[in-house]
Design a binder for this molecule. Structure first.
Ligand code: PNS
Length: 173
């Protein structure tokens, strides 16, 4: 099948907290963008993990910068149920990455629930093995302990993390 035919295939939503976006997220977004006509990366307004490091605006901005080379990707946000946003967007499918087997159990429940709520299926892409251990929370933990996270996040995210560190540093007397 040539690429043009693939691009006929509708509108996919990739939801997440993206606090912050990682190279694993970007890999899934790029691979979905090669399959679907349009991809909306949808940032949840209130992540279940409370007290996000990055504001909604910051998370959206980092995603916009790191997906700027993908013409069929847009970045948006949603409040409340993902299923309601999917209906509002008239999307055809939800796309998520699966990193490890332990992701499967909760993702299967989410997929069933979302299909029950809005009739839209979730399709899973296997995370690239080189990103299978990366999560936003692990990136934050390593960064907060002064570890080098450059290999795990896009350049724009690294700059934003470093800016957080600078702004958090107490003024020297
Ligand atoms: O990046 P995350 O934190 O794994 O993303 C989780 C997310 C945002 C996809 C999930 O928490 C979600 O869909 N939240 C919106 C609220 C909702 O629809 N909950 C019911 C899920 S079946």
């Amino acid at each position: 099948m040539h690429n043009g035919a693939r691009r006929e295939r509708g509108h996919a939503i990739i939801p997440g907290s993206f606090d912050p976006p990682t190279k694993g997220h970007l890999d899934i977004i790029a691979r979905a963008a090669a399959v679907f006509a349009h991809v909306t990366v949808a940032v949840v307004v209130n992540p279940q993990k409370r007290d996000p490091l990055f504001s909604l605006d910051e998370r959206e901005q980092m995603l916009r910068e790191s997906t700027s080379g993908l013409a069929n990707v847009t970045v948006d946000h949603f409040l409340g149920l993902l299923a309601d946003f999917v209906v509002q967007q008239q999307a055809d499918v939800i796309v998520k990455g699966l990193r490890v087997v332990s992701d499967f159990e909760s993702e299967m429940a989410f997929a069933h629930m979302n299909r029950a709520l809005c009739g839209v299926d979730t399709m899973f892409l296997m995370s690239h093995e080189k990103y299978s251990f990366i999560s936003s929370s692990l990136v934050k933990e390593v960064f907060e302990q002064n570890g080098d996270v450059a290999q795990f996040v896009p350049a724009t995210v690294l700059r934003s993390l470093q800016a957080k560190r600078t702004s958090a540093r107490p003024q020297e007397a």
